[in-house]
Design a protein around this ligand. Sequence first.
Ligand SMILES: NC(=O)c1ccc[n+]([C@@H]2O[C@H](COP(=O)([O-])OP(=O)(O)OC[C@H]3O[C@@H](n4cnc5c(N)ncnc54)[C@H](OP(=O)(O)O)[C@@H]3O)[C@@H](O)[C@H]2O)c1
Length: 288
Amino acid sequence: MSRVLVTGADGQLGRELRKLQKLFGQDYVFTDVAELDITDADGLNRYLTSNPASYLINCAAYTDVDGAESEPEKAGILNRDAVENLKNCLEAFPALRLIHLSTDYVFPGDRPHPLKEDDPTGPESVYGQTKLEGESVLHGHPRAMVIRTSWLYSEFGKNFVKSMIGRMDRDDDMMVVYDQVGTPTYGEDLANAIMQIISDVESGQSSFIPGVFHYSNEGVCSWYDLAMEVCRLAKCKTRIFPIETADYPLPAKRPAYSVLSKSKIKQTYRVEVPHWRVSLEKCINHLL
Ligand SMILES: NC(=O)c1ccc[n+]([C@@H]2O[C@H](COP(=O)([O-])OP(=O)(O)OC[C@H]3O[C@@H](n4cnc5c(N)ncnc54)[C@H](OP(=O)(O)O)[C@@H]3O)[C@@H](O)[C@H]2O)c1
């Protein structure tokens, strides 16, 4: 049975992968920084020498989008330099394949059409820039796949959906931007897609195709629409009002439009892409 090593596995996506592992045939091993620090090149080499793996899913990242503006070095070490370490592992371990995660924030967000993998990038934040630099490290590698996702939420960790639900009993008002448009991604759906890809490659139903792929849920919404839907489903008392980005300044600039086209991943692999409303309801049912 092939072994799949997951790094950064205590985060949102990592914990969704843990949740689903029994549904798939591979031997999944989950690590986070305490067991395996991806910024430690020698440690990674030692770990993979003693624990050979066929796949490495890298969920570790510096994901504090606003924090990165004041900590660019820290963000760069994890989002770019550590990816160099992972690439070096691909050289040292020729049977290893890497699935690395990236973000819609590599795009400037100034083109209102579904973004394809080869559309021009142009991050407007330190987080987006460091994630793009991490992608570039893997560019053209025959055993590396990069999956860009957007607006990730899950039952685990900190995210927009959970913080909205956390306010459900509070009878106060909330302002949410309506001029940033994208698509949420339920971590369970993304975890399922990644595990399905590995399972299909292992069973010979598909080949491992390297390169950049996009995965989010289907459909389109603004953060305001998402907040309204969370509140409707969770029966929040909070009243939500639409505001413009200019009225809610944050340290990091976000793309105004970052809907990802999923055509490539759907055509290449047998992955399911549910509509965001369907998946949101599923997640909220798990949470409540
Ligand atoms: N969250 C989003 O909205 C979003 C959107 C688009 C793309 N993505 C991308 O999707 C991927 C997964 O995101 P996520 O939300 O699941 O991230 P997350 O919840 O922030 O999880 C990242 C995990 O990596 C761990 N980590 C930190 N430094 C590490 C190190 N040196 N070695 C090993 N592990 C380390 C973190 O531990 P600590 O918590 O202790 O630091 C955390 O458990 C990332 O590549 C992210 O850029 C996320």
